[in-house]
Design a protein around this ligand. Sequence first.
Ligand SMILES: Cc1cc2nc3c(=O)[nH]c(=O)nc-3n(C[C@H](O)[C@H](O)[C@H](O)COP(=O)(O)O)c2cc1C
Length: 168
Amino acid sequence: MHPDSGRKPIDAAFARELRAQLPAAVGVVTTRHGDELHGVTVTALLVASHIPPRVVVCLERPSRSAELVAASGVFAVHALSWSQMFLADRFAGRAPLVDPRFGGVPHRSGVTGAPLLANALAWLECRVVAAWPAGDHVVFLGEVVAAEAAAGGDALVHFRRRFHRLQG
Ligand SMILES: Cc1cc2nc3c(=O)[nH]c(=O)nc-3n(C[C@H](O)[C@H](O)[C@H](O)COP(=O)(O)O)c2cc1C
């Protein structure tokens, strides 16, 4: 057992360290509000229910993403493939030279108006049915209104602050 176990205060830095220990699928949440397209890299995502299909995403608050998803009431969540690592950096705001985030990124509009990124392992398009503040994040529950899955491809996973390739 770790000598500090149960004793270390769970401050913001330690909470990030704990999160870094959880291998997580890397996704991008997109939305459209009026003419504004937005996308954000996330690992806080999960399929919460199969029947009916429900998805949960957690977005930092305050943030442009949380504001726009709350205002539009729609979002699409994408599971990125290994070959889309550049999108994970782009939509985390780590590629300032190529802002705006959608510049040169192939996408089309879904039934909700949210942009759907081409070549993701899967995407699920959702309408927000509930939202709860959870500390420095907002938890959005979405009802899935459309979805698509790719036949193959390797997954992009985040673990210990690095991206990894998970063979499909
Ligand atoms: C691997 C990785 C995972 C992330 N996961 C989340 C997440 O689950 N929720 C979130 O709100 N931000 C997450 N972020 C941070 C956002 O992508 C980043 O802060 C983004 O610039 C926020 O954009 P916005 O300020 O336009 O909303 C993650 C970043 C990375 C690199």
